[in-house]
Design a protein around this ligand. Sequence first.
Ligand code: S3P
Length: 162
Amino acid sequence: MNIILIGFMGSGKSSVGQLLAKTTNRKNLEMDEYIVRLSKRKSINEIFEKDGETTFRELEIKVSKKLQDTTNTIVSTGGGIVMNKICLDYLKKNGKVIFLSTKFETIEKRLRSDTSRPLFQDKQKAKKLYALRNPLYREYANKTIVTDEKNVNDLVKEIINL
Ligand code: S3P
């Protein structure tokens, strides 16, 4: 079985994914890295700048489709994966979805000086996105865990206990 980590930017999907993969003896797969490789661009920023968000979302769908046959893997998704339900339909075929739920205030602190996320550069827009997506994360998740004030070790333990 795969474990699919979903949640807003800065909720800790990548750090949790890395340790969870090690601890549960699974492969670790970062969807954003896969997408960058597939796009032949250098970064997510470059994809957004040169190809646009729509192209990025199409790549997310493409990668989700490829992953439907993967097993024994921890998949860290990008925060916008819930914008196209089809992605979750593919990812859920072999996997359980865990939502890392984090307050916007916590995320703001974590990403204060981040420049690698095109959709977190305007805080007001990011806050709107957060409000739009929160119900979707809840809808698609099999389980939700709260990440505020917890470290990666705690979160991995919590997921294993689930
Ligand atoms: C995005 C989140 C990013 C990345 C891209 C778009 C989003 O991933 O996929 O910048 O729409 O929320 P992280 O959630 O890992 O930051």
